[in-house]
Design a protein around this ligand. Sequence first.
Ligand code: GTP
Ligand code: MG
Length: 216
Amino acid sequence: MKIRSLTLACTEVDLKRLPQAQFPEIAVSGRSNVGKSSLLNKILGRKNIARTSKEPGKTRTINFFLVNDRFYLVDLPGYGYAKVSVEMRKQWKRLILEYFETRESIGGVVQLVDSRHPPMKDDLMMMGKLIEEGRPFVITLTKADKVSRGKRQKTLKILREHIGGVKLRLLADKRPETGSPGPESESGLPVLFFSAKTGEGKEALWRWIASSVGIE
Ligand SMILES: Nc1nc2c(ncn2[C@@H]2O[C@H](COP(=O)(O)OP(=O)(O)OP(=O)(O)O)[C@@H](O)[C@H]2O)c(=O)[nH]1
Ligand SMILES: [Mg+2]
């Protein structure tokens, strides 16, 4: 996707004060430190438009980035472990759950899971919530630069076991050049490997985002 314009449109902690649902939005969800803000910087081609940190608990507000005056990308606080008080963690989790429950303009959710580990209990809870609310989501396995190519099939197998055997559909950066149906046209829960370091997964993710916000 060519980024023609990009603005930080809104920074909020109160769902009632979010911008009016004028454009569709794609939210980036995951545990603290999984790489949500880094993913946004990478796909937007900016070094630090979304603030990142080694310390879990960096993003503390819902941040709306308006892209090409067409759709929002939304950076969320993390759930799970963070270097903040237990009360604040609970508050963030409530905020994220309520956001998924109530926000009408969500076109899709990029659900991040660390590719080095199986999904954790709260990842499974969050994915359950997305299914329950009928939110389309793509499981994005982050920090893929830390997992060798040879281990990828095993990573997917373990992921599948943890999500109750649901069929997965791997999205790759390059589409097959033949006329045969590509992986995108098959059924299954979409999943991709992503690295904010190498840019792996960027093309596949943009294709998923574009189709989720109605830009083909
Ligand atoms: N090797 C590697 N490190 C990454 C990658 N993505 C993020 N990181 C590192 O992981 C740490 C956390 O990244 P953030 O993007 O701040 O994570 P976040 O999910 O936004 O975290 P919170 O805002 O605290 O919820 C930083 O030290 C990043 O440099 C990646 O693809 N590869
Ligand atoms: Mg963040």
